[in-house]
Design a protein around this ligand. Structure first.
Ligand code: ADP
Ligand code: MG
Length: 473
């Protein structure tokens, strides 16, 4: 291979937007993605759930088209399905009514072989992946690990140049996953099997990326953008217990942490600057949010999709651990994916309940106070914390100005969509509602499909409570 030859597949300045639900504004999932898979590489794509990883793989496979930018295969625009790339999915994706052999045969359609040649190919692939003897079994008779092997065999018989894998090991138990990862790496290193040259691996498992990849690409979420590219120089076979392996895992962890939990949170710094510029401080006791409408527009930050109980759970763990805990240890401790853990920490940090210098997490004064407080006080503290977020300030200001302090949920979804075009408004709405209900700021009338201001927030006690007012819309 020469450095001058074009990549096997390449995304050049790709933006991808999906249509909004119910005619809502489109959601931009990927923004300006430039990313290539070269001959001989194993590229791992790391990103949080919902960051657009599967979409990138589908673009490379020609299963979906970019909104702008281009997808190239060997330097030429990809105009249909990319037959040089075969995908192994996380969910096995086998036909339950077909045997193992017949399932694998599906991967051969493009090659137009005669029946005998097909049988040979299938036999070879099954042997390679350790499934000899199971030709006539049905998927439901196999363990998860074996089903996933069938998925690999089906991808391999297509003799792809690139093996595309979408979290292929995440549904497997630890040992099976380890075993299969090694086999896939060996297969690629063994080179020449049916022309397999490169691997494109979508994952959210950092150790997996370090174990398999020659290059690790980290994307951010909302929208997906390439943020880091880390070359992995470790020789194969890789030793997961080596110091070098651990160092590289740390490096990737640190890159993701810096991305998701920057030491200087975006919104707070902008909002603080705006407040300072306007020379104002929110007067105590005023209707929260009322002063905000006049302020210079600061950037609105989204909130992670994390329920209140989970945030409280995090604080309880921090209380047990007594002091600072490293995010990676925390992730192991609570038995959640690193990406999930970091979302929980991020939520707690936005509420000032924890602080995160570098990759450590510790409870703030507010956090300790919150934990020690009885339920009603917790609610008050939570309310104060979320009312510091632009998103809730805007919501409350809008509700305060609305007739009866009620707004149609669809209207709100539309507003959320335009405030945060990279978010899914329904998901965001559900999270906001969870937080807002706990804080007794807002509530939702499912029947009338209206969000309304909690009575404690309306500021005029002698008026009828909002929930009791009749819906005049
Ligand atoms: P990942 O694989 O990183 O979890 P995906 O590529 O599956 O992310 O999805 C990225 C975002 O795009 C998600 O918010 C998802 O809900 C949205 N999305 C994916 N496919 C579609 C689709 N066909 N229509 C609308 N939205 C979609
Ligand atoms: Mg995915």
């Amino acid at each position: 291979m020469s450095a001058a030859s074009p990549p096997l597949v390449e995304l050049a300045g790709v933006t991808k937007a999906y249509e909004g639900r119910d005619g809502g504004p489109p959601v931009t999932v990927l923004d300006g993605i430039s990313l290539e898979v070269r001959d001989g590489e194993v590229v791992a794509l790391l990103g949080q759930s919902g960051s657009g990883k599967s979409t990138i793989l589908r673009l490379m496979a020609g299963l979906t088209q970019p909104t702008s930018g281009s997808v190239l295969a060997h330097g030429a625009p990809l105009t249909s399905i990319n037959h040089r790339l075969a995908i192994v999915f996380q969910s096995f994706a086998l036909y339950p009514w077909l045997t193992v052999q017949e399932n694998v045969r599906v991967g051969l359609v493009q090659r137009r072989l005669d029946a005998a040649a097909e049988d040979d190919e299938i036999e070879r692939a099954l042997a390679l992946i350790g499934l000899t003897g199971y030709e006539n079994a049905y998927p439901k008779q196999l363990s998860g690990g074996m089903r996933q092997r069938v998925g690999f065999a089906r991808a391999l018989v297509a003799q792809p140049e690139i093996l595309g894998m979408d979290e292929p090991f995440s549904a497997l138990d630890v040992l099976t996953a380890e075993n299969l990862r090694t086999q896939v790496v060996d297969l690629w290193r063994g080179a020449g099997h049916g022309g397999l040259r490169s691997i494109f691996l979508v994952t959210h498992n950092i150790a997996e990326a370090v174990f398999m990849a020659t290059r690790i690409v980290i994307i951010s979420s909302h929208p997906g953008r390439v943020r880091n590219v880390i070359v992995n120089p470790l020789p194969y076979p890789r030793d997961v217990n080596s110091r070098q392996f651990a160092a590289l895992v740390d490096q990737v962890h640190a890159a993701i942490t810096a991305l998701v939990l920057p030491d200087e949170p975006a919104e707070r710094s902008v909002a603080a600057a705006a407040a300072a510029a306007a020379g104002r401080a929110a007067p105590a006791g005023s209707t929260p949010g009322a002063s905000v409408t006049a302020a210079a527009p600061a950037r609105v930050e989204t909130i992670p999709n994390v329920p209140v109980e989970t945030i409280v759970g995090l604080l309880e763990i921090l209380e047990d651990s007594q002091e600072t805990i490293n995010v990676f240890d925390l992730s192991a401790r609570i038995g959640r994916e690193f990406g999930e853990t970091i979302a929980i920490v991020k939520a707690a940090e936005m509420l000032d309940l924890v602080d995160t210098p570098k990759d450590d997490v510790f409870m703030t004064e507010v956090g300790w106070y919150f934990l020690a407080a009885p339920a009603p006080v917790r609610k008050t503290l939570f309310r104060e914390a979320i009312m510091k977020l632009r998103l809730f300030q805007i919501l409350v200001a809008n509700l305060a100005a609305a007739t009866d302090h009620r707004i149609d949920a669809d209207e709100l979804l539309e507003e959320l969509g335009s405030l945060l075009p990279y978010d899914q408004p329904e998901k965001l709405f559900r999270t906001m509602l969870g937080w807002g209900r706990y804080a007794e700021i807002i509530d939702f009338d499912e029947h009338a499909n209206k969000v309304f201001l909690h009575e404690a927030m309306t500021g005029d006690d002698d008026e009828e409570p909002a929930e009791a007012t009749e819906d005049r819309a």
